[in-house]
Every structure is written in C-alpha cells, then in structure tokens.
Design a protein around this ligand. Structure first.
Ligand SMILES: NC(=O)c1ccc[n+]([C@@H]2O[C@H](COP(=O)([O-])OP(=O)(O)OC[C@H]3O[C@@H](n4cnc5c(N)ncnc54)[C@H](OP(=O)(O)O)[C@@H]3O)[C@@H](O)[C@H]2O)c1
Length: 336
C-alpha cells in the first residue's frame, strides 16, 4: 500500500517534469538570434553545407539580415532547393548557390577562384559542412575522405579566401566544431590515411579537434588584420548528420531526437559567432552551444600542435608552393 502511495500521481508527475525541465533548460540559450538586431545589408557571407540542418538555418538567418548569401553546396539539386526556400522565406533575392565539395581540393580551388573572380567582398565565412560515419577511405587526391571534408577542404578554402576577407574587414571566419573534439587526436598522418584513428567514430572526433586547432592558429596568424576566427559547438542537434551510420545506430539516434535541439536552436552558436556584437573582436576562441566562451580540451589548446598541423596541412594542400607569406613567430609557448 505504501509503495502504491509513492507511485501515486504527484510523484509520477514530478518524475516526468524533472527531466523535461532539465532538457528545456539545456535547450535555452542566453543568446537568441531573433533578438540580435545585426543587419548585414551590403555584406557578403558564405555558408558551406547550407542545404540542410544547421547550415540551412544559419544561411536563412543571415539572408534575413539582408546579406548577400552564398550557399556552398555539393549538390546542384539540394542546393537550389535550399536557395528557393530561403529566398521565399526571407524575401532576399541575393541568395545564390555555388557548387563546392569540401572533400575535393580541386573543387575547393574552383569554388574559391569563382568567388575571387566574381565577389567584391567577403564579410563572413562559415565552415559548416561536415560528415560522420563514413568508412575510412582514400580519395583520388590521396587524402582520407572524412578528414578532407571536415578539415582539410575547409582549411584550404579559408586560406584561399583570406585576402578577400582581409579586404572586407571587420570580417569573421566561423568554424563549426563539436564538443566531441575533446576525444579526438590530431595526427597529421590521418589526413593521408597513413594512420587510422582508433575508437568509435574517431575520425569525426579528430576532425573536430583539428577544426579547433586550425581556428587557434588561424587567429594567431590573422592578429591585427581585422579578421577574426572562432570555433563553436552547436550541441546535440536533430539533423541528418547520422545518415551514414548503420540502421541500429540511426534507430537509437531517432529515439533520442525528441530530447535534442532543433536545427534552428543548434544554429544559434554559429550565428552568434557570425554576427553578434558580443563576439565582435573576439578571436581564436571556442564557444559552447549556449554561446558562452568555453575552454576547449587540453589538446585543442596546444599551440605547438596547432602549428605542426597547420604546416602539414599547408604541404598537403600545396599552399606553401604558392609563396604564401611566412607565419609570424609564435608567441610564448602555450599561449594558444
Ligand atoms: N547535429 C549535431 O548534433 C552536431 C553536433 C556537433 C557538430 N555538428 C556539426 O554541425 C555541422 C552541420 O551538421 P548538421 O548536423 O547540420 O548535419 P547535416 O544536416 O547532415 O548537414 C551537413 C551539411 O554538410 C554538407 N556536406 C557534407 N559533405 C559535404 C561535402 N563534401 N561538400 C560540401 N558539403 C558537404 C551536407 O550536404 P549534403 O546534403 O550534400 O550531404 C549538408 O548540407 C557539421 O560540421 C557537424 O559536424 C553537428
């Protein structure tokens, strides 16, 4: 009888209400895009992987702020559908599609050439495109596919667009990472598949660590130019990111969907880094999914590791052969 008393409606209600409140609190962000008045009239932005999930919500928000919004997508069909949806929802006719496959350095170079030829400015570059769950495999360019899509392609793209960003200051580079960077390893031998990271979804985690290391080293090299670079975690977001996993993993992910952030909620930290007044002038940092400055993992703060990864990436993408200016000397050890 006493046990039945404990299980009577008020206790059940409390048990249900507590996790619901917890999730609600986790979904709430102290910074909400719709309350930010930033207007981007006359500015140009690029969002990679903008045809779905977080990237589409980011592009939608920036287009609503009147930016010339370039959706950098690998599929003409999916990209054009997103362009039309965003144009219709925002009334902004300056929403355009350009094809980009971040998993191909040739595609990155072609995309960057077209941007440099046709655009007079670039105010915000959002490196959002990403995949997880692909097999460890080498592309026709001799690079590992997940590492190229998530890290090396965006590394090359950013470097090729740097002069345009510098000519449009104040400008921002925003790199979409993940809280999972903290279990990644940054070994440049992964980039060519010479070594394979061990552990579940280890390639993805490692690319997300590389995103944070890249951001720190980029910010160091850009000091004093008026171009900032920051990385962020969107949180756990209900998108199609898990589509390459086996069906049992996808099924488990589906069960958890109701407890995750929506793509709109997940886009907040990216939009914060891209447009907010609060983030203006901040560089080389990592923001959590609540748009708060956060300390990334110890590996992500290793300045020597960031520099080593940068140099390996420069060699692999051929950037050094193009006579890029030498990097400024590193600051005191451990400053990243
Ligand atoms: N969802 C989460 O919980 C979560 C958590 C932490 C971080 N993130 C990060 O958030 C970013 C966006 O992911 P999402 O959750 O919005 O997933 P999503 O819905 O799958 O979106 C990923 C986007 O990237 C594009 N993409 C993939 N490979 C590409 C390539 N080779 N070249 C160009 N575009 C490519 C996809 O285009 P296609 O349609 O052509 O495939 C798609 O538009 C990723 O960087 C992801 O790592 C997500």
């Amino acid at each position: 009888m006493e046990l039945l008393g404990i299980l009577s409606p008020p206790w059940w209600l409390l048990l249900l209400l507590l996790p619901a409140l917890l999730l609600w609190a986790m979904h709430r962000s102290p910074w909400e895009p719709h309350k930010c008045p930033a207007d981007l009239t006359g500015k140009t932005v690029i969002v990679t992987g903008a045809n779905s999930g977080i990237g589409k919500c980011v592009a939608m928000d920036l287009a609503r702020r009147n930016a010339r919004t370039i959706l950098a997508c690998r599929s003409q069909e999916r990209g054009q559908a997103a362009v039309e949806e965003i144009r219709a929802a925002t009334g902004n006719p300056a929403v355009v599609l350009r094809l980009l496959d971040t998993g191909s350095l040739a595609s990155v170079r072609a995309f960057a050439s077209a941007v440099l030829r046709e655009e007079s400015r670039l105010d915000v570059l959002v490196n959002n495109a990403g995949v997880t769950g692909l097999p460890f495999a080498i592309t026709s360019e001799g690079l590992e596919q997940t590492f190229t899509i998530n890290y090396l392609g965006p590394f090359l793209l950013t470097n090729l667009l740097l002069d345009l960003l510098k000519a449009s200051t104040p400008a921002r580079v925003v790199n979409v990472s993940s809280f999972r960077h903290s279990v990644g390893t940054a070994d440049s031998a992964f980039l060519t598949g010479q070594r394979c990271p061990g552990g579940y979804d280890a390639a993805y985690n490692s690319t997300k660590l590389m995103n944070v290391l890249f951001t720190a080293e980029l910010a160091r090299r850009l000091e004093g130019t008026g171009v900032t670079a920051n990385a962020l975690s969107p949180g756990v977001v209900s998108t199609s990111i898990m589509r390459h996993f086996s069906w049992p993993v996808r099924a488990l992910f589906s069960l958890l969907r109701p407890f995750m952030k929506s793509a709109e909620q997940g886009a907040a930290s990216t939009i914060f880094c891209a447009v907010s007044e609060e983030a203006a002038g901040i560089t080389g940092k990592y923001f959590d999914s609540s748009c708060r400055l956060a300390l990334p993992s110890a590996a992500a703060r290793d300045a020597a590791l960031a520099r080593k990864l940068w140099e390996a990436s420069e060699r692999l993408t051929g950037l050094t052969e193009q006579g890029h200016p030498p990097a400024p000397p590193p600051a005191a050890a451990g400053a990243a």
